[in-house]
Write a protein that binds this ligand. Structure first.
Ligand SMILES: [Zn+2]
Length: 288
């Protein structure tokens, strides 16, 4: 199974009512762990890398990721998460990403349309898929990703115009999720009726960002109502590093990464497997 584009990956998910997890990876051990669990679950997978993560792993890692993907039996997409500029999108295309997200959702509508359209024209010319974002997904903490304290829900009529004018392949929508982890006093709730309206209006694969703290049953319902890609970053990183803290705290003489990382990877894989099951993606590699 080769590396494929985001459009081809998500078309199958759209036709079969499941969502593909987009796991943010920040190092090689996390990446191989995510590949291993995706193969164990026979699930399609999106390897997502955010600009802050790119600055950490560098685009030099992309050929190695592609090499690993090409010898997998599950379909793999390499996706640039939350692109902020046209230059980043060119960098992603040059580096071998098969999907990009341009997130200009913080700009006024017309400016968001203009830059997204420009990215779509460029990316489509060389067979790379594009995800746009409309509305404002909330932010719970100050880590990496974009977002605001208050959610601005995606308006269906605006979304229709946005998709028609830009030609995006998928759209991240704001229906009540926030990036990062929720503080205890906040209780997130998804507007599933808005999601249904958006799906009926647009038809294309919809994307959820920031679903880390939303209840599992709401996320499960959103998958059946037309969400076909869900970003997972905080949850797997918490599992990975909580386990690593424990290992390092228990034996202060440990020094070899291959003695420290395997248990952290195993913990991350448990969380990733739960997401794959929740999104109904297990076994779905067989559809490609
Ligand atoms: Zn996001």
């Amino acid at each position: 199974m080769p590396l494929i584009t985001g459009k081809d990956l998500l078309a199958v998910a759209n036709d079969n009512d499941f969502a593909v997890p987009a796991f943010n990876i920040s190092d090689w051990a996390m990446f191989t762990g995510i590949m291993d669990i995706s193969e164990e679950k026979n699930a399609p997978v999106i390897i997502a890398i955010h600009p802050d993560e790119v600055s950490h792993v560098t685009t030099d890692l992309i050929p190695a990721i592609a090499h690993r993907a090409h010898r997998s039996h599950v379909p793999v997409v390499i996706h640039w998460d939350h692109g902020g500029t046209y230059e980043q999108m060119i960098t992603a295309i040059q580096a071998g990403f098969t999907s990009v997200m341009i997130d200009a959702s913080m700009l006024p509508f017309e400016e968001n349309v203009a830059i997204t359209k420009k990215v779509v024209e460029t990316a489509h010319a060389v067979g790379v898929s594009v995800e746009g974002e409309l509305g404002t997904i909330g932010a719970n903490d100050s880590y990496g990703e974009s977002g605001a304290a208050e959610i601005i829900y995606t308006d269906p009529a605006d979304a229709k115009r946005f998709v028609e004018e830009t030609g995006v392949d998928s759209l991240a929508v704001a229906i009540g999720t926030s990036h990062g982890l929720y503080p205890a006093e906040k209780s997130p709730a998804l507007k599933l009726d808005l999601l249904e309206e958006l799906k009926a209006t647009l038809g294309i694969p919809l994307v959820l960002h920031g679903g880390s703290s939303n209840p599992d049953d709401e996320i499960g319902k959103s998958v059946k109502l037309g969400v076909n890609k869900i970003n997972i970053s905080s949850d797997i990183k918490v599992s990975y590093h909580e386990a690593m803290r424990g290992i390092l705290g228990t034996d202060r003489k440990l020094r070899e990464p291959n003695a420290i990382q395997p248990a952290a990877i195993a913990a991350m894989k448990v969380t990733a497997a739960q997401k794959i099951d929740l999104f109904d993606a297990a076994g779905k590699a067989a559809l490609y």
